[in-house]
Design a protein around this ligand. Structure first.
Ligand code: MOS
Length: 751
């Protein structure tokens, strides 16, 4: 079934933040961001801005009734800089005016001077200077010190991966207005309405029950609105609360790019040891995460890097350390994969390094070391329902890797200028928030007396199709058409204390809560049906909007059943609460069972490189993916295609560049290149591995949001193989993104 929102999307009827009809008297806000990356504020003069006709008020930290603090995990992030600015673009003031243009004009009249402080943009330098956001963490397995002796080969290297701009279609924004009883209502483009609510409560010093955050849908998020939407929601709320007027704040694209954090760049040193028969015996890595100026979600992202640092491999002796480094960049944040892609890039780099030194294809090492059933992950969880070998074997069979390899060699020896390369990218991704507490969700279901159904959950629809999946869950349980079902906006007054829609877990957590609510209602309706048809409740089933008794029609339709239940004064409303069972993690030991299950898959990526120009095409991606029992193959395929492209973009062309003063140079779409249709592989072949699907996935349909992004990592190594085909003197290095400029340098680089 298609996404239930498609019709409204293509006809322009879907409501995004900017489509909400404006209330009379609505004011418009614009943010003044620091023009420097690090400095002590010596003067902040808002008088010229304040006196511009049409300006209502300019807010600074002085105007905050509660705490000037928006950090979600660590209290290290002011809403408005007070004495020191820590990154270029950091919010210092908010101008509120009668119209948007005036607000923006007034922003330019704000005068700020600073006494410069040292600007650090490099995480290794930050670590040297002791600038850490939190203490480092290390995950260990086996005995790394003793293991090196058992290795026939040991290779060392360095791997760097860059930032990535989320480029959600809808920029950050919020619309806030006063509501009854000294309360405030906020429409926010956020993945985490409860975070917005909680933070407004802290900053305004009013209780959470006075704040209602509502989200219809987002025009994309990709992790960029898990934490970073909060500040803008709070600013709009602050102005609306103090001025008693509706206030709208929506960032211009250039401001959004400059002011918000991105995927964390990582710089890592690795050491890998193998035996002659290609068994990886030991793997050690130290990673420097570029966290930006405050913690934001960096501690959680660092944790997922640790979890996924061995990707889909069993390595008996492992030691992984991550330093979360404070730099003078916007706080880097969640981005699809949440630190896992950065971790996986390092182990894949280590394998590629070993392969090139040993003059064998990397996939031989990959294949030898894939996880098996009951292997223990380096974080203590025992691997169950492991599908990576099935995926790998299926791919190799479906897409004759030996034959392709031979064809590529033949092509390369008969072509001077064009070279082809191929690489395989296995993926193992754990499903659950690594913070156990967050793995809970609630759903509220109303069956109206006409038989229509309204569903509220904590899930945010951001284009990923979660509303469609939830509608399908309820439609399946009640055995009614999805046209009877409406997904309500995500609203903190209807469903409270929610986790952000993140960690690929939106459908699982909210879907399972929905199942609980629906089953309670179903039981009640069956009791009514049993009474109506003089039968035992166990003989009652609902099928195709009708009541059956022992499989035979009773003549009672869904609508009649609901109406009779209402007349009998039976409650047609239910709440479901779900918390993922079994999971836990002990941070003192860095061991536990953090994930409900894992998603597995593997991609083979083939590229052709123009060795005169350094330009390239990704020719095809052959993927075998474990969907479990997919609830919606169309949506899931869309997630794979989108994730793959976003991963290819991150690895190849998307280059976020800051200068040494911490100013974003790739600050617009003319200087920041994202993949378009011409960058897409000509073939994307996605094969679903046939499995039953795990019990803890919603209706056994596995989470699909983040895992496919990491297939794109294969593009880096495919390109690298093509470079080696042209320049055998090139010693692989690992410095993503592999832009055409970098490719060109490597093509003509001699050892
Ligand atoms: Mo997602 S990167 O967990 O918001």
């Amino acid at each position: 079934m298609n996404n239930i929102e498609t019709g409204n999307h293509i006809s322009g009827r879907s409501v995004y933040l900017d489509d909400i009809p404006e209330l009379k008297g609505t004011l418009h806000a614009a943010v003044f961001g620091s023009p420097v990356a690090h400095g002590t504020i010596t003067k902040l003069d808002i008088s010229k801005a304040q006196s511009l006709p049409g300006v209502i008020r300019v807010f600074t930290f002085n105007d905050i009734p509660g705490q000037n603090e928006i950090g979600g995990i660590i209290a290290d992030e002011p809403l408005f800089a007070a004495n020191i600015v820590h990154y270029n673009g950091q919010a210092v003031a908010l101008v509120v005016a009668n119209d948007e243009l005036t607000a923006r004009k007034a922003v330019k009249l704000i005068e700020m001077t600073t006494a410069p402080l040292e600007v650090i943009t490099d995480p290794r330098m930050a670590k040297e200077k002791g600038e850490l956001l939190i203490p480092p963490r290390t995950f260990r397995q086996g005995n790394i010190t003793g293991a090196w002796k058992k290795c026939d080969f040991i290779f060392e290297g360095r791997a760097d991966s860059g930032a990535q701009e989320h480029l959600y279609i809808e920029t950050q924004g919020a619309y806030a207005y006063p509501s009854d009883n000294n309360s405030i209502k906020v429409h926010s483009s956020t993945q985490g309405p409860t975070s917005v609510q909680k933070t407004i409560s802290r900053v305004l010093n009013i209780p959470m029950n006075h704040i209602e955050v509502d989200v219809a849908r987002l025009g994309g998020a990709f992790g960029g609105k898990e934490d970073q939407a909060t500040g803008f929601g709070v600013m709009a709320a602050l102005a609306a609360y103090i001025l008693h007027r509706p206030v709208k704040l929506a960032l211009h694209r250039l401001d959004d790019m400059r002011m918000t954090g991105k995927r964390h760049p990582y710089s890592s040193d690795f050491r890998i040891g193998l035996t002659r028969d290609l068994k990886i015996v030991a793997f050690q890595t130290t990673m420097y995460q570029n966290g930006g100026a405050s913690a934001d979600l960096s501690p959680a992202i660092m944790e997922r890097t640790l979890f996924h640092s061995t990707n889909a491999y069993f390595i008996p002796n492992t030691e992984v350390t991550v330093y979360s480094c404070r730099t003078n960049l916007p706080p880097n944040t969640a981005f699809r994969g949440f630190g896992a892609p950065q971790g996986m890039f390092v182990i894949e780099s280590a394998i590629a390094k070993a392969a090139s030194e040993m003059k064998i294809p990397a996939h031989e090492i990959q294949q030898k070391n894939l996880l098996r059933e009951n292997d223990e992950f380096h974080y203590g969880q025992t691997a169950k329902d492991v599908r990576i070998r099935n995926c790998f074997d299926t791919l190799i069979k479906r897409y004759d890797i030996e034959k392709i390899t031979a064809e590529i060699s033949a092509f390369n020896s008969s072509n001077e200028i064009l070279k082809k390369g191929m690489a395989l990218m296995p993926v193992c991704f754990g499903i659950s928030f690594t913070n156990t507490t967050m793995n809970q969700a609630r759903a509220l279901v109303h069956i109206y007396q006409d038989g229509s159904i309204g569903i509220s959950t904590g899930a945010i629809e951001m284009g990923q199709g979660v509303n469609t999946k939830l509608a399908e869950v309820a439609a399946t349980l009640f055995s009614v058409s999805t046209t009877r079902i409406k997904l309500e906006t995500t609203n903190t007054s209807r469903v409270a204390n929610t986790s952000p829609t993140a960690a690929s877990s939106g459908a699982d957590l909210n879907g399972n809560a929905l199942i609980i609510a629906c089953n309670k209602l179903l039981k009640r309706l069956k009791e009514v049906a049993a009474a109506l048809s003089n039968s035992n409740i166990d003989d009652i089933t609902l099928e195709n909007e009708a009541v059956l008794k022992k499989g035979n029609p009773t003549g009672i339709a869904w609508e009649t059943l609901v109406h009779k239940a209402f007349l009998s004064r039976i409650s047609l409303t239910e709440n479901g609460h779900y918390s993922t069972p079994y999971i836990y993690f002990d941070k003192t030991k860095e061991k536990g069972h953090p994930f409900a299950y894992h998603v597995y898959g593997v991609a083979a990526i083939t590229v052709t490189l123009d060795c005169l120009r350094g330009t390239y095409n990704v020719n095809d991606a052959h993927i075998v993916h474990d969907f479990g029992n997919s609830l919606n193959p169309i949506i899931d395929r869309g997630q794979i295609e989108g994730g793959l492209m976003q991963g290819i973009g991150w690895m190849t062309m998307e280059e976020v560049v800051y200068n040494d003063e911490g100013r974003l140079l790739s600050n617009s779409l003319s200087t920041y290149k994202v993949p378009d249709i011409y960058s897409a592989p000509e073939t994307v072949d996605i094969h679903a591995l046939e499995t039953e699907g795990p019990e803890l996935a919603v209706m056994k349909s596995k989470a699909v949001g983040e895992p496919p992004l990491m297939y794109g990592i294969g593009a880096y190594f495919a390109l690298q193989n093509a470079i080696i085909a042209f320049n055998p003197g090139y010693k692989p290095d690992f410095d993503a993104p592999l832009t055409p400029e970098k490719v060109l340098m490597k093509l003509y680089k001699r050892r």
